[in-house]
Design a protein around this ligand. Structure first.
Ligand code: NAD
Ligand code: TYD
Length: 341
């Protein structure tokens, strides 16, 4: 059976990366059917998936539900060939305040999905993970797929737990599992609690831009489209039991990112506020993604400069989208976390 006759279950498809993935996969794989399973937490937004039902008809289906609910999961997985698992609590700062939901969704939810995939005989399970499971780097070096797991935040610990469960299902139950680990994504539909969209939208609102510590921590930035392309290739051509890293080869200090955003928006640097550092703040992430380039023939399309400029334009053109998501529950988190900035 070719991909064009398959049905994939995409969990967390109403979030940032999941929605970009669904749009990308439906666009580039004729005939592929995608069922999205999403609880619609504060981070899930049906506007991210708007228009897909009209554009793709019965090739696209949405199911609202929680991945920890065995009945919902078993129903959603019926007739599914592959599972691409994005659903997660994904924000490090929230995991510092309260890790409970991270364990529930990221660890327990992944177990429920793995059990269902096993009992329903799905062909492949893709565990979408993060470079943060490898811990932190000093000023030199990069994470490879063989770097030992050394998660430092409750978020990354919960993702590492999920990755190890996925690995265990491959070894113990011969479930066909592929794990992907990616660096920091940016692009359209990213919830404005993460660095890049928070800085863009705060600057547009004329609000202060909270920079942790001295702004010298380093992240590697990848455009969400390039990540989605990597997940698609890993899902189709990855080898069972293997891990594939994806990164942007775009290491930047946080302050450089913030300054670039202000320049693109023609806003003053006086908006920057250095605030108390994040607890346990990982110093630097960098990814060696040669294995994915070599074995999956994966190639990035975006430079950081072109990707960031495109992303800033998207937020400029989609003000109603970000104003709506910023006006909800997020306001409570912002007040509690950042105080009177
Ligand atoms: P996000 O927070 O934007 O979206 C998460 C989605 O999962 C939301 O739609 C939410 O409603 C859904 N969800 C949460 N709990 C659920 C539950 N219990 N049941 C069903 N749905 C639930 O996250 P994102 O940034 O799109 O990240 C997606 C995945 O990619 C995560 O697994 C994350 O760990 C991983 N990842 C993210 C990045 C990044 O830079 N954002 C980098 C590497 C890996
Ligand atoms: P974030 O987007 O939360 O991603 P992650 O913690 O998963 O890497 O943060 C990216 C970097 O930006 C990280 O070093 C923390 C920093 N940061 C700030 O300086 N201020 C902020 O308000 C936020 C949200 C992040």
């Amino acid at each position: 059976m070719g991909i064009s006759e398959e049905t994939w279950l995409v969990t967390g498809g109403a979030g940032f990366i999941g929605s970009n993935f669904i749009r990308h996969a439906l666009n580039v794989r004729d005939g592929l059917r995608i069922r999205c399973l999403d609880k619609l937490t504060y981070a899930g937004n049906l506007r991210n998936l708007e228009g897909l039902d009209k554009q793709y008809g019965d090739r696209y289906q949405f199911v609202r539900g929680c991945i920890t609910d065995t009945t919902i999961v078993s129903g959603a997985m019926t007739g599914v060939d592959r599972v691409v698992h994005f659903a997660a609590e994904s924000h490090v700062d929230r995991s510092i305040v309260d890790a409970g939901a991270f364990i529930e969704t990221n660890v327990k939810g992944t177990l429920v999905l793995l059990n269902a995939a096993r009992s329903q005989g799905v062909r492949r399970f893709v565990q979408v993970s993060t470079d943060e499971v490898y811990g932190t780097l000093g000023d030199e070096g990069a994470f490879t797929e063989d770097t030992p797991l050394a998660a430092n935040s409750p978020y990354s610990a919960s993702k590492a737990g999920a990755d190890l469960l996925a690995r265990a299902f491959f070894h113990t139950h011969q479930l066909d599992v592929v794990i992907t680990r990616c660096s920091n994504n940016y692009g359209r539909y990213q919830f404005p609690e993460k660095l890049i969209p928070l800085m863009i939208t705060n600057a547009l609102e004329g609000k202060p831009l909270p920079v942790y510590g001295k702004g010298l921590n380093v992240r590697d930035w990848i455009h969400v489209h390039d990540h989605c392309d990597g997940v698609l290739l890993a899902c189709e051509n990855g080898k069972a039991g293997e891990v594939y890293n994806f990164g942007g080869r775009a290491e930047k200090k946080n302050i450089e990112v913030v300054q670039t955003i202000l320049r693109l928006l023609k806003k003053p640097e006086s908006l920057i506020r250095y605030v108390e550092d994040r607890k346990g703040h990982d110093w630097r992430y960098a990814i060696d993604c040669q294995k994915s380039e070599r074995e999956l023939n994966w190639k990035r399309k975006y430079s950081f400069e072109s990707g960031l400029a495109e992303t800033v334009s998207w937020y400029l053109e989609n003000e109603s989208w970000w104003r709506e998501v910023k006006s909800g529950e997020y306001q409570n988190f912002y007040k509690n976390y950042y105080g009177e900035l």
